[in-house]
Design a protein around this ligand. Sequence first.
Ligand SMILES: CC(C)(COP(=O)(O)OP(=O)(O)OC[C@H]1O[C@@H](n2cnc3c(N)ncnc32)[C@H](O)[C@@H]1OP(=O)(O)O)[C@@H](O)C(=O)NCCC(=O)NCCS
Length: 233
Amino acid sequence: MRPDDVPEIGQVERRCFTNAWPLSAYRRELQHPEQNHYLVIRAAPPEDHPPEPLAANGFGPRSIARRTLLPLGLGRRPEADQRGKASPVVGFAGMWTAFDEAHITTIAIDEPYRGRGLGEVLLACLFDEADRRGATWMTLEVRVSNESAQALYRKWGFAVQGTRRRYYSDNNEDAHIMWSGALSDPGYRAELAVVRARLAARLDRAVEGFSPRMGERPAVPAPPPPWESGGRA
Ligand SMILES: CC(C)(COP(=O)(O)OP(=O)(O)OC[C@H]1O[C@@H](n2cnc3c(N)ncnc32)[C@H](O)[C@@H]1OP(=O)(O)O)[C@@H](O)C(=O)NCCC(=O)NCCS
């Protein structure tokens, strides 16, 4: 995420959250990249994205195939598409890191793009970054009523460890406090590797037909991107 992403992030945020952050909060966060990490997924046709190496992160073998991430635009600046219109923001996420903790502050996928594994992609990226920064634990707060987000976190090994009463000021709702397993625990890492492998396979199926050599069009016409085909994958 960069400062010029923020106005569009704000639009997506207002569609996803009832207690949206002011844009100034994102801009302030982005001034302290040593303390936090924010990322964006944009919808972008793969031919707009030439190959770019992903950083080694020491979190086991590359757990999401590079080919599957490039069509999502990971690591690339938003480019104008052939119609001269910027590719829309699909989702975003962020976290603070301090000592051995990584605290997820936000994660969202715009409604039309949900149910395709993109929330998991964001979470996987946060895990990678937490690991790169030497964090041992991931934690977050989630509304007690937000069952879909809790299911996402449980899938990645988070468990409810406590409750913050009346944490959300818009409706005084309680928050569950969820914690991951220890990132240093080989057993937990092995569990995550399985979840990541399933996600990679799911994304591979979704982008099947795209050329593995970015910058070239596939020999046969590519299927529409998954987010244009409707329905939950
Ligand atoms: C939570 C959110 C980010 C999930 O994004 P997504 O891209 O739809 O999630 P994914 O497709 O990656 O789903 C991954 C897993 O999450 C869980 N999940 C996601 N949506 C779910 C739903 N509607 N019902 C039940 N489980 C759901 C499932 O375990 C799913 O795995 P599966 O597909 O194997 O069943 C998205 O719903 C969102 O932006 N919600 C609004 C903002 C929000 O509440 N953020 C969390 C704040 S704590």
